[in-house]
Design a protein around this ligand. Structure first.
Ligand SMILES: Cc1ncc(COP(=O)(O)O)c(C=O)c1O
Length: 345
């Protein structure tokens, strides 16, 4: 049988484990829209408790979780403040404008930098010519910046300011679990500084599908309506929620293994000719590698590695992204290093 590829493209590529599949098959379900689905309700409660929020809504994807929050907090014509390379503004296909009539004021650059000073300078005055600033978005960890953890101090400073200015804060916490494990700061602590938070089960946590959007009181009511409008309220979704629940209960602490492997990957690839990495900046499970080789740009190297059974993602002309997860281990790193070494030497 042919060897399956070593897939470092994303932590979204994981396949449900045997236990997860069994739990999915055996989940007790109901019509979540008509009378509620008991497994979805268990997941929503567990996720809300984990985040210290009043409630949570199960949705199909991280994109929908973020877009539910944007729709719930804003009105058409409003402006949101968001990091320049945040998923919400860079990788959601213009949904903020397409779905909700929003424009984005972006701050910072490729390093994921985001600070109170940057945010403060972007808030619009109350003036008939200006769009109202109605939401500030954070991202933890920052995908494009290579899984960087936004310091707790930034949460504290921005939330102090936002609360005074009465501007809600949304956290794209697709990989919040990675940040919690890497920093030792609990997800609850990060979440206590924001008004809504999304969390993906289909990334490092290893479920095949599903995210939640969590928050309190009136936000949840508005979010329920937006989820319905987006078609994200599902029926016997307990089969999916069972996988997500298993992921939340069992796969958080092990993220430390992914982080250690990512760091090794950065160290070992950085030692190869024509590749540059910054191992000290690898805090979680994402590694950005600069390809400075005369014979390859990022696309050409990814194609050559694919021929050797190693899949990676180009992110820019000279930038490759590697992500570690449940379905890659030391043997895959070995395979990657051997293939890259023979191509680049
Ligand atoms: C930071 C971040 N937010 C949101 C998402 C969207 O998740 P989904 O692919 O489930 O829509 C991603 C996906 O990679 C992400 O990296």
């Amino acid at each position: 049988m042919a060897q399956s590829p070593s897939d470092f493209r994303s932590d979204t590529v994981t396949r449900a484990s045997a236990t997860m599949r069994q739990l999915m098959a055996e989940a007790s379900v109901g019509d979540d829209v008509l009378d509620g689905d008991p497994t979805v309700q268990r997941l929503e409660q567990a996720a809300a408790d984990w985040l210290g929020m009043e409630g949570a809504l199960f949705v199909p994807s991280g994109t929908m979780a973020n877009q539910v929050a944007l729709g719930a907090w804003t009105r058409p014509g409003d402006e949101i403040i968001v990091q320049r390379f945040a998923h919400v503004t860079t990788f959601e296909a213009g949904a903020a404008g397409y779905l909700h009539g929003l424009q984005s004021m972006t701050v910072g650059g490729e390093t994921g930098d985001f600070s109170l000073e940057q945010v403060r300078s972007c808030v619009r005055p109350t003036f008939i010519h200006c769009p109202p600033t109605s939401l500030i978005c954070l991202e933890q960890t920052h995908n494009y910046a290579g899984g960087r953890v936004l310091p707790l101090q930034v949460f504290e400073e921005v939330s102090g300011f936002a609360r005074e200015a009465k501007i809600p804060l949304h956290l794209d916490g697709a990989r919040l679990a990675n940040a919690a494990v890497a920093s030792g700061v609990s997800a609850r602590t990060y979440a206590s500084h924001v008004d809504s938070v999304s969390l993906c089960f289909s990334k490092g946590l290893g479920a095949p599908v599903g995210s939640i959007i969590a928050g309190d009181g009136e936000f949840l009511e508005r979010a329920r309506l937006v989820r319905k409008r987006l078609g994200g309220w599902m029926r016997q979704s307990g089969h999916l929620a069972a996988a997500a629940l298993h992921a939340l209960e069992n796969n958080v602490a092990r993220l430390a293994e992914d982080h250690a492997l990512a760091r090794q990957l950065a160290e070992r690839l950085g030692a190869l000719p024509g590749l540059e990495t910054e191992p000290d900046l690898v805090e979680t499970n994402i590694v950005m590698v600069q390809v400075q080789h005369p014979g390859f740009d990022a696309k050409a190297l990814s194609e050559a590695l694919a021929q050797e059974g190693v899949l990676v993602m180009p992110m820019g002309e000279r930038r490759l992204r590697f992500v570690t997860h449940l379905d890659v281990g030391p043997a895959d790193l070995e395979r990657l290093e051997t293939a890259a070494h023979s191509l680049l030497s």
